[in-house]
Design a protein around this ligand. Structure first.
Ligand SMILES: [Zn+2]
Length: 253
């Protein structure tokens, strides 16, 4: 990070009338959440459980819940960081219309952004959803039942199968969220990528859609991305301090 990075970013933020923020794992690693996909990340050591396996195998379902509960201490204690807070300030001041996120950690909502302005492309791991009726269930009673019986409970409403409200590998992308993300992207004049390597499709298609629609594209990510060449500004810096510095600059006075 340098003073120039902050100034450059502030210039783009100040010139924009309607920002869409797009976040990936990189914004949450600054809160201490590991990037599962990164080298050395959990998915390079332990294969993720695919949706079809979850649905067809009781053993896989138990394994999925064991893994999820093993991470609960981490998820229950992580907090939004400077980056999340700076994004929340952009939304609160009406500069950003939406946050589209690949993250499942609920930290944007925890930072104070209204849920209807957060579009979760890969769902949310902080609660569960019934695969049959879609009803929401909280994790605590599921865990209590699991610890007691060794089995996950059925949906209270329809006896259907419960799964964390995430989108697993092999599971269809959520149509409603994809549609909302596309509308928000079409309407923005600045598409701001924070901490996404932009390699997972269809999510990674949004920055290019924004560009085609005439929006500016700014990417803040520690590593290079395949879309750096298409961007109007690329910063390979830490998200929290850089974005906070830029947001403070445009909202001061
Ligand atoms: Zn149900």
């Amino acid at each position: 990070m340098s003073r120039t990075d902050i100034e450059d970013l502030a210039e783009f933020l100040a010139a924009a009338r309607r920002i869409v923020v797009f976040t990936g794992a990189g914004i949450s690693t600054e809160s201490g959440i590991p990037d599962f996909r990164s080298p050395g990340g959990i998915w390079t050591k332990m294969a993720p459980i695919e949706f079809q396996d979850f649905v067809s195998s009781a053993e896989m379902r138990k394994e999925a819940w064991r893994r999820r509960f093993a991470m609960e201490e981490m998820f229950a204690t992580v907090k939004p960081n400077l980056g999340h807070e700076a994004v929340a300030a952009l939304v609160a001041k009406g500069r950003a219309s939406h946050v589209i996120t690949q993250n499942i950690d609920n930290l944007h909502q925890d930072s104070g952004i209204p849920a209807e302005q957060v579009i979760e492309l890969h769902g949310n791991t902080r609660y569960a959803k019934c695969l049959d009726c879609g009803a929401r269930s909280e994790l605590e009673p599921i865990r209590a039942h699991f610890d007691k019986t060794g089995e996950p409970p059925e949906c209270l409403f329809c006896a259907g199968m419960l799964k964390t409200a995430t989108i697993s590998f092999g599971q269809a992308m959520p149509e409603l969220e994809m549609g909302r993300a596309e509308s928000a992207t079409r309407a923005c004049d600045l598409f701001l990528v924070l901490g996404s390597s932009l390699v997972v499709y269809p999510a990674a298609g949004f920055p290019l859609l924004a560009k085609r629609r005439g929006a500016k594209l700014v990417i803040v990510n520690r590593e290079e991305t395949p879309q750096d060449d298409a961007a109007d500004l690329v910063l390979h810096s830490e998200i929290g301090p850089t974005l906070k510095g830029a947001v403070d600059r445009i909202t001061a006075g």
